[in-house]
Design a protein around this ligand. Structure first.
Ligand code: AHM
Ligand code: MG
Length: 335
């Protein structure tokens, strides 16, 4: 129950501004922009089940507006809310081929941050009323203010992130983020549109009993990953583990962070670098994991150490409780 002592996201931001390594006002503006986008998209996601009544993508609705697919809509809404704040100079989105430059070729604009976003991840789950999420990652630009942003500003290794987080549109809507000082989760009270601190200082248990992987691809996985999956299933000690896979990275990560577990999207014979995107999915989740006692790796190298070479680059991804990530790395290193 939400009582008087419960802290709102706004209060939390103000109280914790001093821990942000850059200007405190900048942190507030950044998180506020994300918070607004989250509320707007939450409103749209909640209406998804009405799509057959209100019209499907491509149709014109009763107000004469063109109906859009929710992932396209979420992309537009986040770009709008981020553009309107005087803090972001560039946005790269999983939904866009190229990055977007915002007023950054104007000397008057002092905006210093670039945002990389997956506006609606796991979107194939929308049609079946299963949780989806938004993932975001924030960096300081490398090029000088007052000049146009370049690809270099976006292709920074994950260790340069100043903030990252996700919004989970689940049984309740939550915003979970880090600015490099731990991970905190806030739950939306939809009646009044306010996020409350519900999960302070979130941490992965050292180890866990859940493994999350699309086991339908088992036959195509590298031998080390196959061996690890067999290890998870073996009756020994605290094993066999439980298999849980929603197919929505944010939801699988969120559950594993609370209960203890590992999420895996390995490379396979079908996809030589797996499926997940380094910049929009893996880096932000890796930063959250690192700040929550967890680990994230491509099977051998920590995700945040990888030097990106292109915007939509894919990498194999293993993320979760530290002991479990170390174990799968051990199996992979044998081959
Ligand atoms: P998307 O960005 O197209 O939504 O794909 C990312 C999603 C992840 O959320 C999820 O873990 C994974 O794809 C599921 O993929 P698969 O259906 O191959 O298991
Ligand atoms: Mg995605």
């Amino acid at each position: 129950m939400i009582g008087k002592k419960n802290k709102t996201l706004g209060e939390f931001i103000i109280e914790n501004q001093s821990s942000f390594q850059y200007s405190s006002g900048e942190l507030s503006k950044l998180i506020n922009a994300i918070r607004l986008g989250a509320k707007v998209v939450n409103h749209e996601v909640n209406k998804a089940g009405l799509v057959d009544i209100l019209g499907t993508a491509g149709d014109t609705n009763i107000q004469g507006e063109n109906q859009q697919k929710l992932d396209v809509l979420a992309n537009e809404k986040f770009i709008q809310t981020l553009t309107n704040r005087e803090i972001v100079c560039g946005i790269a989105s999983e939904e866009e081929d190229d990055f977007i430059s915002i007023n950054s070729n104007d000397e008057q604009h002092q905006n210093k941050y670039v945002v990389l976003i997956d506006p609606l991840d796991g979107s194939s789950n929308i049609d079946v009323n299963v949780s989806v999420g938004t993932i975001f990652s924030i960096y300081r630009r490398i090029t000088p203010v007052g000049t146009p942003v370049t690809l270099e500003d976006f292709l920074q290794p994950g260790k340069n992130q100043v903030a990252a987080g996700y919004i989970i549109y689940g049984t309740s809507t939550m915003l979970v983020y880090t600015t490099g000082d731990g991970v905190n989760g806030f739950t939306l009270n939809p009646a009044i549109g306010t996020f409350y601190l519900s999960h302070p200082d979130m941490r992965f248990p050292e180890s866990g009993k859940i493994y999350s992987v699309n086991e339908g691809n088992y036959i195509h996985f590298p031998q080390g990953v196959k061996d690890y999956i067999k290890y998870c299933q073996k009756e020994e000690g605290d094993r066999p583990y439980t298999s849980r896979y929603i197919g929505s990275l944010v939801s699988d990560f969120h559950r594993n962070m609370i209960k203890g577990g590992i999420y895996m999207y390995p490379k396979s014979n079908l996809a030589s670098n797996g499926k997940l995107r380094l910049l929009y999915e893996c880096n932000p989740m890796a930063f959250l994991a690192q700040q929550a006692n967890g680990k994230a790796s491509d099977g051998s190298t920590p995700i945040m150490e990888l030097q990106p070479t292109e915007l939509h680059q894919r990498v194999p991804f293993f993320c979760g409780s530290p002991k479990m990530v170390e174990k799968v790395e051990e199996f992979i290193s044998k081959y």
